[in-house]
Design a protein around this ligand. Structure first.
Ligand SMILES: Nc1ncnc2c1ncn2[C@@H]1O[C@H](COP(=O)(O)OP(=O)(O)OP(=O)(O)O)[C@@H](O)[C@H]1O
Length: 773
């Protein structure tokens, strides 16, 4: 029963616990710390921050990103928070239930305030009958109202979970659409140069560094603005969205509670003593003003703590992922130094947060002591004069506490709010970046809107799924390569020069291609024209750095700086084999089927997550899965492993039982040699049966015999499944002379120009004319 507000000593002890890190903002969100009714959540958030900080930015130049102003932040909050409630009926219902429960909870508080008043008055008057009648009412109210309180917390968390599920699902959908994740990484790689430049200031003396800070800050800010750097997207998706949904809800409901409490308890307090009612506003105003002045530095520090913590964690993940290479180089010292350096940034920021928190707590602690004693001091003379009963003091104190808490949201939760504010900035910049990187959404201008994505179109051109839909070559826009796609089964053949009625079975067209590096500093290929007939085998050669891999990136639609046009089959009919194949987490079967999935056992499919056909945000599940041209039984897969020269792999993985081995889940990247991974990738290729294969030094780790086997496999792999309607087309990039015998065409890249020539059959590998560079 809230007879009196918490005593200062309780507050102090709570604060101590919070500072020990035993309470966090999450706990506040979970309802363990309530606004006003317990320790200052400011301390709670500070404790949360105590877990934090480090960044790749040096301590003396970490003022590079100013958090937005309040209005901008409110706008950011609104555009990120509202779509869930607009689009999702279930979310609106859950919110409505929450509002009703919040109102009920407030009614409970008012009811208890009156019960407490009568309780103390009955005790003072020694009115036994009244005392027991109040106790009976209290028990009745308790039985009735406890479920409301429990339901309030339960429902709040339920809504937070539903909201997080939706928002994370939506962001993941937008992140994977149109290869946005790749664009983000490319930007981050570019920006790491900027970071390194600013880190160089770390090595300066203090004075020099201070002098340098201004310049660096300016430079970094400009760069960040132009490139929209987004660090650690993983953290933003997993951590920032979680705290955003939980805290938003917590804060919103607290605001509602505060407004209701403010109205109800204002009536009570005004009826008891109007002077006290007016004094409370002045008191709250002064407290808030001092808190904002002293605590505002926490907003920036919290912003940085999120980034620094993520950078530190990322440096450890990187070591884990590259442990073998680091071990071979014996590069532990370098790695340790780098990790230490990032950890120092964490500690620096933690220390600064701790100091800012200490300063803030001077204000909040004095403030809380005063709020305990102030109303009693004011009402006590009336009580001694016999004008009011003891219960009135209790009620005045309680009402004073409630009102003050309502007016002191800023004082009581400044650190929480500052952390929340930093989270809004991070999340908003992330969502803006993924919108900017998606050409189909950029013009829509809505942060979380989705467009039906039929297929990736290279980020530049319209989506084409049939011959008729393919536009004729047109003047390209100035600095963007147009990538267009067609379905080679629907379309007999795209023709770009109707007048000459060009080749009926052409599968890849490159028209007037000018390809530059993403920073647009170097032209790699200029005015390249190529028409590749279905069934041809093209070898791309050129000196190291001449742009061979970059040309493949352009065909894939990953690089688009330049001009001209590329027309190619749509994604499910093209298969890219990089030098180092990617091994996804999963079984040996998953390695073979990738990127197709075994529909019968698709643990990762969003459709399996909740047993329905939808993504977490309610959208239809991804439909662009590659079509397997037949069911692959265990025996088929084992035979295929033999064909790619890996006959013992399944048996090894299954401790002698190859069938079990197909289901074995291992860290395949670190278990298989590079040559084994490359052969496994050829197995995938057979399973996925594309129309066009593009290989970037994909046999570099194989000996010439294995290489011949793999190319033989390609030549034996017909298109059209069992129907065998034609030959596979493939394009290889490589330096080895042995590759010549597997190709009939050669594209030489030299001085930004491309020369296409035929490779006569049985070409002598050491023939002067075919040196591969
Ligand atoms: N993200 C990038 N930004 C700017 N330049 C880049 C980027 N990635 C690569 N380059 C540059 O583009 C050029 C072409 O690179 P590419 O990987 O296509 O060469 P390559 O011909 O495949 O070389 P190699 O035979 O050594 O594999 C190189 O000079 C490289 O430094």
């Amino acid at each position: 029963m809230p007879l009196f507000r918490r005593s200062p000593s309780n507050q102090a002890s709570n604060n101590t616990n919070l500072n020990d890190g035993t309470n966090t903002m999450n706990e506040a969100c979970d309802g363990y710390v309530e606004f006003g009714s317990s320790a200052s959540p400011a301390a709670a958030a500070a404790a949360a921050d105590a877990d934090a900080p480090s960044s790749s930015l040096p301590t003396n130049v970490h003022h590079t990103r100013k958090p937005n102003r309040f209005r901008e932040q409110f706008h950011s909050f609104h555009v990120m928070a509202s779509p869930y409630f607009h689009e999702n009926r279930n979310g609106r219902c859950l919110l409505l239930i929450m509002v009703i429960l919040t109102l009920s909870n407030s009614a409970v508080r008012v009811l208890f305030s009156y019960l407490a008043r009568d309780f103390w008055s009955a005790l003072y008057d020694q009115n036994i009958e009244l005392f027991y009648s109040i106790m009976a009412k209290f028990v009745g109210a308790m039985i009735l109202l406890a479920p409301i309180n429990v339901a309030y917390r339960y429902q709040r968390q339920k809504l937070a979970i539903a909201w997080r599920k939706w928002l994370t699902g939506r962001v993941l959908r937008l992140y994977f659409a149109n290869k946005v994740y790749y664009g983000l990484e490319r930007q981050a790689a570019g920006n790491s140069v900027i970071k390194r430049t600013s880190e160089a200031y770390d090595n300066l003396g203090e004075d020099d560094a201070a002098a340098a800070t201004t310049t660096t800050t300016k430079k970094s800010t400009t760069s960040n603005q132009s490139t929209k750097e987004v660090d650690n997207p993983d953290q933003r998706i997993s951590e920032d969205i979680r705290s955003f949904t939980e805290f938003s809800l917590y804060f919103f409901l607290t605001l509602i509670t505060s407004v209701i409490d403010l109205v109800c308890f204002s009536f009570i307090l005004f009826s008891i003593m109007p002077q006290l009612f007016l004094a409370i506003f002045a008191f709250a105003f002064i407290g808030t003003f001092l808190t904002v002045c002293i605590g505002k530095v926490l907003i920036r520090l919290n912003y940085e703590s999120l980034q620094r913590e993520a950078d530190f964690r990322f440096s450890l993940v990187r070591v884990r992922e590259n442990s073998e290479s680091i071990a071979f180089y014996a590069g532990e010292n370098v790695e340790e130094r780098e990790t230490d350096r990032r950890f120092e940034y964490v500690i620096d920021n933690m220390t600064m947060i701790n100091i800012a928190q200490r300063n803030l707590e001077f204000v909040t602690t004095y403030y809380n002591y005063l709020t305990w004693v102030l109303p009693i001091m004011v009402v006590a003379p009336e009580f001694f004069a016999g004008n009011v009963e003891l219960g009135v003091i209790s009620q005045a104190s309680s009402a004073f506490g409630h009102i003050l808490d309502d007016l002191s949201i800023v004082v009581n939760s400044f650190a929480d709010v500052s952390k929340f504010s930093a989270g809004i900035d991070r999340l908003y910049s992330f969502m803006s970046a993924i919108m900017e990187l998606d050409p189909e959404r950029r013009s829509m201008g809505k942060l979380l809107s989705v467009v039906p994505v039929a297929e990736f179109n290279g980020g530049i051109s319209s989506i084409s799924t049939g011959y008729d839909a393919i536009p004729m070559p047109s003047q390209s826009s100035d600095n963007v390569i147009q990538v267009k796609r067609f379905d080679p089964w629907v379309t007999t053949a795209p023709s770009f020069d109707e007048a000459s009625n060009s080749q009926p079975s052409t599968i890849l067209f490159i028209i007037g291609l000018r390809l530059a590096t993403p920073d647009n500093k170097r032209i790699l290929v200029d005015n390249l024209n190529l028409s590749l007939a279905s069934g041809s085998h093209l070898l791309i050669v050129g000196a190291s750095g001449s742009g061979k891999s970059s040309l493949l990136r352009a065909i894939a639609g990953l690089w688009s700086t330049g001009s001209g046009e590329i027309v190619r089959p749509s994604s499910e009919y093209v298969y890219f084999l990089p030098q180092r194949p990617y091994c996804p987490p999963g079984s040996l079967r998953d390695q073979l089927l990738y990127p197709s999935t075994d529909q019968k056992d698709d643990h990762f499919s969003p459709t399996r997550m909740d047993g329905n056909e939808h993504r977490p945000d309610g959208g239809p599940s991804p439909s662009d899965q590659r079509r397997l041209w037949k069911d692959w039984t265990d025996d088929d897969l084992l035979k295929l492993l033999e064909r790619v020269d890996l006959p013992h792999l399944a048996g090894r993985a299954g401790d002698g039982d190859p069938y079990r081995g197909l289901n074995a889940v291992l860290d395949w990247t670190n278990t298989l040699s590079l040559g084994e991974q490359q052969r496994l990738a050829f197995g995938r290729l057979v399973i996925n049966r594309p129309r066009l294969v593009i290989m970037d030094e994909s046999t570099s780790a194989l000996d010439v015999v294995a290489e011949r086997k793999m190319y033989q496999l390609l030549n034996d792999t017909s298109i059209g499944g069992e129907a065998r309607v034609g030959e596979l087309t493939y394009v290889s990039v490589g330096h080895r002379p042995t590759l010549l015998s597997y190709h009939n065409l050669k594209l030489s890249l030299r001085d930004s120009a491309g020369f296409v020539s035929e490779i006569p059959p049985n070409t002598d590998m050491v023939d002067e004319g075919f040196i591969l560079s």
